[in-house]
Design a protein around this ligand. Structure first.
Ligand code: NAD
Ligand code: ZN
Length: 375
């Protein structure tokens, strides 16, 4: 009885009664070139038995690559290659969880995600759902998860989203695109090995990197800003500027972008994102536009809200000779515009952060449509 009470207390510690959020952070992190090779040693003390495997969810871009051979397979461990062409879905998470439960007699000792935001989010969601009943779509929202996740490890291979530090895993469900935001979501361990960023195509490097840059701009210019967020946001912004506008070596650039992503993620943890994210959610919901490029497509037209940020963004685009696609919204129907506008206007905390409590005075369906029409 006492024990049960303690457990309850421990669980409810996440929901402090006071005004300030009690924010969980990634408790362990390794940083350094080649640190991926420490994975075996890191997992060892977490192995529960020979029957409780480590499951590696790996971006299938690494199929047949040397990285696969470096994965420290033991006992019944399994590598699952997954395409990152589509953003993660609740059904996909549920399928992965039921396959794992059917194929092994014990719960996994570890879930390891290796890839970008897509694979990191899948790993977090699978780890949560192995210990929680029903469909992952039931947990999209805030603090709906009851039981701690299976031990999970995140290993980014492209940098910018901050998914490696965040308290959410963004999933496309039957009704909504929304994260499982919970104290059990953050990774138990992250391995930051800048060497893994080798081979990211330039456009994708830019789009995912700009996610970080935009996190900084939206956090630093938001009404929710506080010294906690500002300290991380300023550092991340400085690193982004070195990476995208400076003259540094490729190796330095990989190191710095990895740390920019980390700090950018920490910055929004205690504040919020803003206009670009709110509108890019609409694009993503209707058209399946990926997060990184979607943010760029919107952000280029937000000079009115983020004049300095957009000017820097344009400089970065020019320096790296990036051409964003045009005419994305050219042939949409009124209904389609309205769907995007509705999804976007539903992101209340983002608008509130961007423009203050009376944001709705400035953000009307007509206003949003006029921006979407430019994309
Ligand atoms: P991604 O994981 O979708 O990958 C983008 C592309 O890069 C894919 O084609 C992938 O195969 C490729 N790639 C990744 N690493 C590579 C490498 N080393 N070499 C060659 N190709 C490589 O990209 P992303 O932008 O990191 O993630 C986007 C996802 O992250 C979205 O699903 C978004 O919802 C999510 N997200 C999550 C959070 C969070 O806090 N949980 C925050 C922002 C975005
Ligand atoms: Zn983002």
């Amino acid at each position: 009885m006492e024990e049960e009470k303690d457990l309850q207390l421990e669980k409810s510690a996440k929901r402090t009664k006071g005004p300030y959020r009690n924010f969980p952070m990634v408790p362990r992190v390794v940083f350094g070139q080649g640190s991926f090779d420490q994975l075996g040693e890191i997992l060892m003390p977490h192995r529960n038995s020979n029957e409780a495997p480590a499951i590696y969810l790996v971006d299938d871009v690494f199929k047949n690559s040397a990285l696969i051979d470096r994965i420290p397979i033991l006992y019944q461990d399994r590598i699952v290659l997954i395409s990152a062409d589509k953003e993660p879905k609740t059904g996909q998470v549920d399928d992965l969880v039921s396959t794992i439960k059917e194929d092994f007699s014990e719960l996994p000792s570890a879930i390891v995600g290796i890839g970008g935001g897509t694979l990191l989010d899948l790993a977090k969601a699978v780890a949560i759902m192995l210990n929680n009943e029903g469909s992952s779509s039931n947990y999209q929202g805030w603090d709906l998860v009851h039981n701690p996740a299976v031990y999970h490890v995140g290993i980014p291979t492209i940098s910018g989203t901050g998914a490696e530090v965040s308290r959410t895993t963004v999933l496309l469900g039957p009704e909504k695109k929304l994260g499982i935001n919970s104290d059990f979501t953050p990774f138990d361990q992250v391995i930051l090995d800048p060497d893994l960023l080798h081979g990211v195509p330039k456009e994708q490097w830019f789009y995912t990197g700009m996610d970080c840059f935009i996190h900084c701009i939206e956090s630093l210019n938001g009404t929710y800003l506080n010294a906690f967020s500002q300290s991380y946001g300023e550092k991340a912004l400085e690193l982004c500027e070195e990476v995208f506008l400076g003259d540094i070596s490729d190796a330095d650039s990989r190191d710095k972008l990895m740390m920019a992503s980390w700090h950018g993620g920490m910055s929004i943890a205690y504040s919020q994102v803003g206009v670009a994210h709110a509108m890019s959610y609409g694009l993503s919901y209707l058209l399946g536009t990926r997060h990184g490029i979607g943010n760029c497509l919107v952000f280029q037209h937000l000079g009115e809200y983020y004049p300095d940020g957009v000017a820097k963004f344009n400089e970065m685009m020019e320096k790296h000779d990036i051409q964003l696609p045009k005419g994305i919204c050219a042939n949409l129907t009124d209904d389609q515009f309205n769907t995007m506008i509705k999804v976007s206007m539903g992101m209340v905390p983002l608008w509130e952060n961007a423009l203050g409590k009376d944001w709705a005075k400035y953000i009307t369906p007509e206003k949003l449509r006029s921006i979407y029409e430019k994309i």
